[in-house]
Design a protein around this ligand. Structure first.
Ligand code: ADP
Ligand code: ADP
Length: 225
C-alpha cells in the first residue's frame, strides 16, 4: 500500500550504513537486506554465488550486477518484503538501480526514499581502518569510536572480532575509487526522481540515528501511516 516504507541506504564504504541499518531495522521492524552481509554469508557457506563473488570482494571490486540483481529480485519476489524493506549496499550501480526500478514497477511497488549518509573519504578511511566485525553474526565495532566491552570479543554473541580482509588499507582505497566511479552517480539518479534525502553522516552514531529517525517520521506522515 502507499503506507509501506521501501527504503534505500546509500553511502560510501564506512559511512555507517550497517550501523544505522541495524538500528532502523529494529525501529521499523522491516526486512533488512545488506548485500555485503548476504555475500559474506554465501562465501562462508561455500555456495556458487559465494565462490564466484569472493575474488571480486577481496580485490575491493564490485561483484557483477546480474548476481546482485538476482539476489535482490529473489527477496522482493518472495513476498517477505511486501510491507516494506530496507536496502543497504544495493543498488551500487546505475544498472542495478534501473533493474530495481523495473522490478518494483512489475510488483506495483515504488521506492519511498533514498537516505544518503554523507561522509568524506578521510572519515571513511578512519572508520574502516578501525572497524572490527564479529565472526558469528557480523556485528560491527570500531576500536576507538565504538569499542566492545571486552577487547576482541563481540558484546552480543561472544564470538571473536576480526578485521575484514577488504578493510586493509590498499583495498579500502580501491573500494573508495569504485564508489566514486560507479556508485556516486546514484546521488543524481535519485535526485532526479526527487527521492534523495541527505543526512550528515560525520556526527556520532546517536546524532545520525536521530536525523534518520526524524526523516523517516516525516516520510511516514507523508505516506499516510
Ligand atoms: P561497505 O559497507 O563497507 O561498503 P559491503 O559490506 O556493503 O561494504 O560490501 C562489501 C563488498 O561486497 C563490496 O566491496 C563488493 O565487492 C560486494 N558488494 C556488496 N554489495 C554489492 C552490490 N550491490 N554490487 C556489487 N558488489 C557488491
Ligand atoms: P558501512 O556499512 O557504511 O560500511 P559501518 O556501519 O560498518 O559502515 O561503519 C564503519 C565503521 O565506522 C565501523 O567500525 C563502525 O563502528 C564505525 N561507525 C559507524 N558510524 C559511526 C559514527 N557515526 N561515528 C564514528 N564511527 C562510526
Amino acid at each position: 500500500s502507499m503506507a509501506d516504507l521501501n527504503l534505500i541506504l546509500l553511502g560510501p564504504p564506512g559511512s555507517g550504513k550497517g550501523t544505522q541499518g541495524e538500528r532502523l531495522q529494529e525501529d521499523l521492524d522491516l526486512p533488512y537486506y545488506a548485500t555485503g552481509d548476504i555475500l559474506r554469508a554465501a562465501v562462508k557457506e561455500g555456495t556458487d554465488v559465494g565462490t564466484g563473488a569472493k575474488e571480486y570482494m577481496d580485490r575491493g571490486d564490485l561483484v557483477p550486477d546480474e548476481v546482485l540483481i538476482g539476489i535482490i529480485a529473489e527477496r522482493l519476489e518472495s513476498g517477505e518484503a511486501n510491507h516494506g524493506f530496507i536496502l543497504d549496499g544495493f543498488p551500487r550501480t546505475v544498472v542495478q538501480a534501473e533493474a530495481l526500478d523495473a522490478k518494483l514497477v512489475e510488483l506495483h511497488r515504488a521506492i519511498t526514499a533514498v537516505i544518503q549518509i554523507d561522509v568524506d573519504d578521510d572519515e571513511s578511511v578512519r572508520r574502516l581502518s578501525g572497524r572490527r566485525v564479529c565472526t558469528e553474526g557480523g556485528h560491527v565495532y570500531h576500536e576507538d569510536f565504538n569499542p566492545p566491552k571486552v577487547e576482541g570479543v563481540c558484546d552480543i554473541d561472544g564470538s571473536e572480532l576480526i578485521v575484514r580482509d577488504d578493510d586493509k588499507a590498499e583495498v579500502v582505497r580501491h573500494r573508495l575509487d569504485q564508489y566514486h566511479e560507479k556508485t556516486a552517480p546514484l546521488v543524481d539518479y535519485y535526485k532526479t526522481q526527487a527521492l534523495l534525502n541527505r543526512v550528515e553522516g560525520s556526527k556520532d552514531p546517536e546524532s545520525v540515528e536521530e536525523s534518520i529517525h526524524t526523516l523517516v517520521s516525516t516520510l511516514s506522515l507523508e505516506e499516510g501511516t
